[in-house]
Design a protein. Structure first.
Length: 345
């Protein structure tokens, strides 16, 4: 199981609607303003979108708290990530991590330095020691996937400084940022630093994996370098129009944050009551679990028979077949999962 969300591959094994805990998408779905906006866009599909995405980048800049010329846009966050993998001399990651950090680097024949996270999966500056080299791109999930943990603010500042001293570049993947406990905003914290890029996306929080809209903050010089090598018209007209609207939907944003905050607390508390699993702390909308008496494959099959799809975690290098990852969803779905887990493990 390389990625979550692949319901179609397993639908034949369950006669009914599968509840997908393998994919960490906002349980509220997309902002409903798009029900009005998307039909209106259809008439413009006979024309190219703005090749510079000026209105879109302005909307994103207002949301991020930066300038439009400091915004990068891509066909999903993967396009932006791939750019930096292509430009790097070497990629540095902490494992376990999102598998694409490693695979994108390998596609471009880049060396990958893997640093294993300690027990508890906390990322710290001490892990990097003398490991960084000039030309490295350090890719870190913030929060990390599959562990769900954010980098502490003081550690992030130290990491940026260390990378700067070693003439390395720090790439933060913040695809799950809005789901997290509210502490610091790395765009504001690191604004103006010349060796960082912060990637986010409409995929997870805004419930829009299908439109493929990624965006990022970096200095103007980095943004211009990216735009010069990126594909023209890489954002389609529907994604462009959606992006102009969703970042201003403050009621949706606040409601989504409140829902995840409440359900994360309840789900984590209930999972901790199950003696046969170890539940790891999380800052976001998914939870990493170690199975003490069974394997991911056995539990996967058991839960699928009840219409529940979970994420087997062994495809994340650094964890074995005793780990699973669960998305935080709506209360009804979460409670069904907890009840079923109590019977299965």
């Amino acid at each position: 199981m390389k990625h979550g969300g692949d319901i179609l591959s397993y639908q034949h094994l369950y006669d009914g609607q599968i509840i997908d805990f393998s994919s960490n998408i906002n349980p509220l779905g997309y902002p409903k303003i798009l029900d009005t906006i998307i039909p209106e866009v259809l008439g413009s599909l006979t024309a190219y979108p703005d090749i510079h995405y000026r209105v879109l980048r302005t909307a994103i800049s207002e949301y991020l708290g930066c300038q439009p010329d400091e915004v990068l846009v891509g066909n999903g966050s993967m396009e932006i990530l791939e750019h930096f993998c292509r430009e790097a001399q070497r990629i540095v990651v902490c494992i376990p991590c999102f598998i694409e950090y490693i695979e994108r680097a390998q596609i471009y024949r880049k060396k990958v330095k893997k640093i294993r996270l300690p027990d508890g999966f906390r990322c710290s500056t001490a892990l990097f020691g003398n490991e960084l080299q000039r030309g490295d791109v350090v890719i870190l999930g913030n929060p990390n996937n599959p562990t769900g943990l954010r980098i502490a603010e003081d550690e992030l500042l130290e990491l940026q400084q260390l990378a700067e001293e070693q003439q390395a570049f720090l790439l933060l993947d913040e695809a799950f940022f809005e789901f997290c406990v509210e502490d610091y905003d790395s765009v504001r914290l690191l604004h103006g630093k010349e060796n960082i890029c912060v990637i986010r996306a409409a995929t997870k929080f805004f419930g829009l994996p299908g439109i493929r809209l990624g965006y990022a903050y970096a200095t103007q010089a980095i943004a211009e370098q990216y735009a010069a090598s990126a594909l023209p018209w890489r954002i389609n007209a529907i994604a462009d129009a959606a992006g102009r609207a969703i970042f201003r939907e403050t009621a949706y944003i606040e409601c989504s944050k409140a829902l995840i905050r409440e359900q994360r607390h309840e789900m984590f508390s209930e999972l901790q009551k199950i003696d046969s699993i170890k539940v790891f702390p999380t800052h976001t909308n998914f939870i990493l679990i170690k199975l003490l008496y069974t394997t991911e494959d056995e539990l996967f099959q058991q839960l699928l028979r009840h219409g529940l799809l979970i994420r087997k975690a062994s495809s994340f290098e650094g964890v074995d077949r005793s780990y699973i990852r669960l998305a935080v969803k709506d209360q009804k779905s979460n409670r069904k999962l907890i009840e079923t887990l109590n019977r299965c493990v």
